[in-house]
Design a protein around this ligand. Structure first.
Ligand SMILES: [Zn+2]
Length: 162
């Protein structure tokens, strides 16, 4: 399996939660602005060569480079997506879940004035999004997200092995 990921994605308004989860796993996912209609979405996906993720069956039928996301719940959505586009662990936390920007890991002393005291003393580095300015660190929230992602992947691997 190669670690080079070439696809970039676009998600419709029904998939906000999936969008945030996949960004945390390093996938590039653009999210549909609220005032875009189907025509605009298709036009944009074509011109930017984006793979469309949609809960709208008709929309997915109008654009072949797409996936109709079947499940209403996040577990089912992740399972369907990850079985087609397997994750690379080394890409986890390389994207900002809020804006899709590419985060970079910086030494804590470079961001020290932008994080709470407790964070500054407990962690050596942080992930910074150059696009929206958000800063992430490997605290309890990070650990619990990583646990959830790993358990989803393990469940999927079990599913495909048996
Ligand atoms: Zn950001």
């Amino acid at each position: 399996m190669t670690n080079l990921r070439t696809e970039e994605f676009f998600a419709d308004r029904m998939l906000g939660r999936l969008t945030r989860w996949l960004r945390m796993m390093g996938y590039s996912i653009e999210y549909a602005p609220s005032d875009w209609d189907d025509d605009k979405i298709i036009e944009y996906c074509i011109s930017s060569n984006l793979f469309l993720l949609t809960r709208d069956w008709e929309l997915s039928n109008r654009y072949s480079y797409s996936m109709y996301v079947q499940s209403e719940n996040i577990d089912g959505q992740l399972a369907q997506f990850l079985s087609r586009f397997p994750p690379s662990r080394e890409l986890f936390f390389t994207r900002c879940p809020v804006c899709n920007g590419k985060t970079s890991r910086l030494p804590m002393n470079l961001v020290a004035d932008r994080v709470p005291d407790g964070v500054r003393t407990r962690f050596d580095s942080a992930f910074v999004c150059p696009n929206c300015g958000k800063i992430y660190w490997e605290g309890t929230h990070y650990v619990s997200i990583l646990k959830t992602i790993n358990s989803i992947i393990t469940r999927l691997e079990d599913h495909f092995v048996h």
